[in-house]
Design a protein around this ligand. Structure first.
Ligand code: ADP
Length: 357
C-alpha cells in the first residue's frame, strides 16, 4: 500500500483554470473524500491521480514514485465510476477478471481470485450474468469487485453511489466503509454529498471553484469551518446566515441584539459599524420561553413552515422585518402554526462570525 501526494497541481482547459494550488498527501491506507459543489474540480483531481487527465503543472507521487508521465494503466490504481463502466458483453466473472487478464496472470490464479472477491461481495451466484441482468446495486458491487480483484494499490471513486436509490445508497455506503476497514487500501473518493463525505472519510478536502478551502477530520471541519463556504456547505439543514452590524459591543440583527464578547471583538478586530455575517447551526437554536427565562439570548422570529420528521421537527421561520430565513431543528414533535411568534434561544459560544460579502 502507498501514500498519494499532490504538489501544487494545476489544470487549465484552454484558458479556464479548473483547479489550482492543489496540494495534499493521503497517507498510506487512509480514506480521503474530496467534497464540494458541482464544478469545483473534484473529478479533475481524481482523473489526474488516475492518469486520465494530465496536470498543466505540479507533481503527483504514488508511493515515492513521481508519476507525472506514467500512463494510467501503469499506475496501479483502480477507479470506480458513477456509471460503473462495466463491459456489457462480458459476464460478471469476465468483468472482474479483466484487469488480471490484461496483466497475463495465470488463469487458475484469476479464477480463484475472482471467486474469493465475489464471495466477499456476495456476488458468487451472479458470476455468469451480464451487467444488464443486474440491479444498480449489484453492478456497483461488480465494479468494486473488479477494482479489488486487480489488487490495485490505490482506489479512486468518482461519485460511485449517486445512481443508487436512497436505501441502497445507505447500505452500500456502509459496505464501502467496512470494505475499507478490512482491506486498508489508500482511497480517494469524490462526492458532492456531504453525508457521504462526513460518514466515510478519515479526512475531507473541501473544494470550491478549483481551490482547497479546508482539509481535516470531518468532525473538526464541521466544528471549525475555515470560512463561510465550508460552514454552509457542511450541515443539513444548512447553517443559518444572518447579516448583522457590530455596534457598541453587540451584533445588531435588524433591530434585535446579540451580545459580542470582548474576546471575539479582539480576536476578529471588529470595528464600530462593521458588517458581518453571523452563522448559527439549526441544531444550536432552541425554543425559548422568555417569561420563564429572561437571561437567555434570543431572536424573535415568525414561523413559516413546520416539518415533522419523526425524531425531530424542522421549523423554517423568518426574522420579523425581513425575509431572512432561520432553520431550527428541535427534538420530538412540536405544535406550532404558521404565523406564530417564537423566541429562539442561542448560545453566543456557538456563533460563527464571517466577513460580510
Ligand atoms: P466536479 O467534479 O467538482 O463537478 P470537474 O472537475 O468536473 O468538477 O470540473 C471542474 C471545472 O473544469 C468545471 O468548470 C468544468 O466545466 C471544467 N472542465 C472539466 N473538464 C473539462 C474539459 N474536458 N474541458 C473543459 N473544461 C472542463
Amino acid at each position: 500500500m502507498v501514500k498519494v501526494r499532490l504538489e501544487d497541481i494545476k489544470r487549465k482547459f484552454n484558458n479556464v483554470t479548473a483547479i489550482e494550488d492543489i496540494t495534499f498527501e493521503v497517507p498510506d491506507g487512509e480514506f480521503w473524500v474530496l467534497v464540494g459543489p458541482s464544478g469545483c474540480g473534484k473529478s479533475t483531481i481524481l482523473r489526474t491521480i488516475a492518469g486520465l487527465e494530465t496536470a498543466t503543472s505540479g507533481n503527483l507521487y504514488i508511493g515515492d514514485v513521481l508519476v507525472n508521465t506514467i500512463p494510467a494503466r501503469q499506475r496501479d490504481v483502480a477507479m470506480v465510476f458513477q456509471n460503473y463502466a462495466l463491459y456489457p458483453h462480458m459476464t460478471v466473472a469476465e468483468n472482474m477478471a479483466f484487469g488480471l487478464r490484461m496483466r497475463k496472470v495465470d488463469a487458475n490464479v484469476i479464477r480463484q481470485r475472482v471467486e474469493t472477491v465475489a464471495r466477499s461481495l456476495s456476488l458468487e451466484h451472479l458470476l455468469e450474468r451480464k451487467p444488464k441482468q443486474l440491479s444498480g446495486g449489484q453492478q456497483q458491487r461488480v465494479a468494486l469487485g473488479r477494482a479489488i480483484a486487480r489488487e490495485a494499490q490505490v482506489f479512486l471513486f468518482d461519485e460511485p453511489l449517486s445512481n443508487l436509490d436512497a436505501q441502497l445508497r445507505d447500505d452500500t455506503r456502509a459496505e464501502l466503509k467496512q470494505l475499507h476497514q478490512n482491506l486498508g487500501i489508500t482511497t480517494v473518493y469524490v462526492t458532492h454529498d456531504q453525508v457521504e463525505a462526513m460518514t466515510l472519510a478519515d479526512r475531507i478536502v473541501v473544494l470550491n471553484q478549483g481551490r482547497i478551502q479546508q482539509i481535516g477530520e470531518p468532525q473538526s471541519v464541521y466544528a471549525q469551518p475555515a470560512n463561510r463556504m465550508v460552514a454552509t456547505f457542511l450541515g443539513n439543514p444548512p447553517m443559518n446566515i444572518l447579516p448583522a452590524k457590530y455596534k457598541n459591543g453587540n451584533f445588531v440583527v435588524e433591530n434585535q441584539i446579540i451580545p459580542c464578547s470582548v474576546h471575539v471583538r479582539n480576536a476578529l478586530h471588529l470595528v464600530e459599524g462593521q458588517a458581518v455575517d453571523l452563522g448559527i447551526r439549526p441544531e444550536d437554536l432552541f425554543i425559548n420561553e422568555p417569561q420563564k427565562n429572561e437571561e437567555v439570548i434570543a431572536l424573535t422570529v415568525e414561523v413559516k413552515v413546520v416539518e415533522p420528521l419523526g425524531r425531530e421537527t424542522l421549523i423554517r421561520a423568518s426574522l420579523l422585518s425581513s425575509s431572512v430565513q432561520v432553520n431550527i431543528q428541535q427534538a420530538g414533535a412540536i405544535r406550532l402554526r404558521l404565523g406564530d411568534r417564537l423566541s429562539l434561544g442561542l448560545d453566543v459560544n456557538q456563533l460563527f462570525i464571517f466577513d460580510s460579502n
